[in-house]
Every structure is written in C-alpha cells, then in structure tokens.
Design a binder for this molecule. Sequence first.
Ligand SMILES: [Zn+2]
Length: 130
Amino acid sequence: MYYPDGSKYIYSRQSEIDDIINIGWLSHEFAFNKGEVNTDIKNKILEIIYLKKCNVMRGIYKCDFCKSEISVPHHSGKILLGHAEIWIPSISSNLIYASPTLIYHYIDKHHYLPPANYMESLMSFDLNSK
Ligand SMILES: [Zn+2]
C-alpha cells in the first residue's frame, strides 16, 4: 500500500479528507527520504503503536522491502506490525498524520526519514490522550 508523504488520506474512507495526511506508506517502487532517526523517536513510535494503534485490520501487510511479516521486540512481548495505523496530530496545524504501523520498521531497518514536523509532532504526542 503506497501513498506519497503529504498526500491526503483516503485508505479506510469513502472520500478524501482534507485534514488527514499520509506519512510513511512506502513502496520499493518509489524513492523515499533516508537518514538517521534517533532512538527516542523510534521508542516513542513503538509506544504509540502499543498503546494507541487504530484502524486495526484482519489481514497483515508485509514489509514491501523484506517481503515478510514483521514483528519487533517490546517490553510487552512482541509487537506485530502491518495490521493497524497510528494517527498523530500535528503540533503546528490542524492536520493529522496517518501512518501504517510498519513505519517503525521502515525507519528502523530501511532508514526512512519522515518529515521533520512529523517527528516533532510524534515527540510531543501525549500517550495519555484519549
Ligand atoms: Zn523490511
């Protein structure tokens, strides 16, 4: 499932919604930004996946690069990626960023570098929010 970073989110909806933006829906067929992402950000994403994942699906998406199902170690045991999303409110606008849970793996193993505003918004996201 590929969407360019910054495109409008339509995946689980009937029509496009202006204020939800795709981040991290990568494909091996399209180039993406690469770079180092610090451990705090990676850990925060994993906690958000653990506590706040949404739009859970029946099927599992495989990593488009590894061609396999991905699970990662976590203090709760293991977290399976590829069957849910995380939604992060932007710190600087009314936008919401929608990402597949595989974004963690894309960052950790494939050196994906999300937009700076996305990472700032992640770090300020309140895990205790409703
Ligand atoms: Zn992979």
